[in-house]
Design a protein around this ligand. Sequence first.
Ligand SMILES: [Zn+2]
Length: 415
Amino acid sequence: MEAQLILFIILTIITVNFVIERVLDYLNRQNKKHDLPEELQGVYDERRYQRSLEYQQANDRFSAITATFGFAVSVVLLLGGFFGWLDIQLRDWITQPIILSLVYFAVLFVASDILNLPFQLYHTFMIEERFGFNKMTPRLFFIDKLKGYALTAVLGGLVVGVFLYLVMELGQSFWLYFWGVATAIMILLNVFYTSVFVPLFNKLTPLEDGSLKNAITAYARKVNFPITNVYVIDGSKRSSKSNAFFSGMGSKKKVVLYDTLIEQHSEEELIAIIAHEVGHYKKKHIISGLFLSIAQIGFTLYILSLLIFNEALSLALGGQQLSIHLNLIAFGILYSPISTLTGLMMNVVSRKNEFEADAYATQTYGGNPLQKALKKLSAHNMSNLLPHAWYVFFHYSHPPLLDRLRAIRRKAIAS
Ligand SMILES: [Zn+2]
C-alpha cells in the first residue's frame, strides 16, 4: 500500500512538472513579437531577426517533442515496473551489491543514451546545421561521445562507487562524509578546470603578444586584478557560439577567450566582456556561488539519507527488496520539487549577480562598449529577445538582454 502511494506521488510529480514546463513554453512562445525593439535596430538586422525567431521556433518544437517523448517513456516504464524488473534480472548474475548498482546504472545510462541518440543527431545536424551553428562533423560527434562515455565510466564509476561504499559502510550518517568528498571535488574542479578538464576537449593556446593582450593587462592592472595568462580556446571546432571565462584562484588567475569571441568583437568590446567577468570576481560571486552550491549539496544529501534505506521506495518502482539504486532513482524524482525551488532561488541570485557584474564593467570600463558587446553576443547567439516574465523567473540564470541594456544605461547616467 505504501509502495503504491509512493508510485502515485512519483507519477504526480513528473506529470505536474511536465504540465508546468509545457505551460511556460506556451507562454514564452506567445510572447514573441515580430517587431524588432528600437534598442536593437542596427545590430539585429531585420532578416537575421526573423531568422532568429525561426531558430527559436525550431528549437521550441524540438524540445516539446523530446520532452513529450521523455515523459511518455518515463510513465510507461514506471507503470510497467521496468526499473524493478531490471533490478531482478541483474540480481541473477551479480551478487556484489556495489557492482550490481554500478552495472544497473551503466545499463540505464547506455539505454537512455541510445534512445536519445536520434534526437541528439537531429538537433546537431539538422537544427544547428540549418542555422549555421554546427561546426561538428559526425566523426567528431562520435569521438566526443566516446570521450564522454570514458569520462562518465571512470569519474562516474568512481564517484558512485565511493558513494555506495560509504552508504553501506557508514549507514545513515554517510551524508556528512559524502558532503565532505563532494565539497573537495567541487573545489578541485574549480581550481583545475582550465589546466586539466578543458584541455581534454579543447586546445588552449596562449594569446599572442599584441595590442589586445596589452589592453587586457592594462585593464587588469588598473582594477588590481592579477592575471597570469590569457588563453584562446578553439571553441569554433564545435560551435560558432561564443564565450569567455576565468579559471584559477588567488594570484594564479587565467582568462580564457573563445577564438570566435575574438573574431567577432572589437578590442574595446572584449575588454568590456572581461571587465564583466572581473566584476563577478570582485563582487565575490564565484566564491559565494561555490558556497551556495556546497550548502545545497549538504541539504540534498541530508534528505537523501532519510530516504535511501526505505524499502517502500524500491517496491514502488517494481522491485522485490531494498535496492539502493532503485531508491536513488525514486529519490531523484521525489526530490525534484525541492530542487526546482532551490534552482529558482539560485537563478534569482545569479540574475542579480549579472546586473552587478554589468554595473562593475560600466563603472570601471564603460557602458557603451559593454552594451555593444552584449548586443552582438545576443545577436550572434540568436537569444530570445522577449522571453515571458514567468519563463525568465523559472529558467533564466541571466537577465534578458533588454533588461541588461536598460540597467547599464541607468548606471552610466548615475555615475
Ligand atoms: Zn556574467
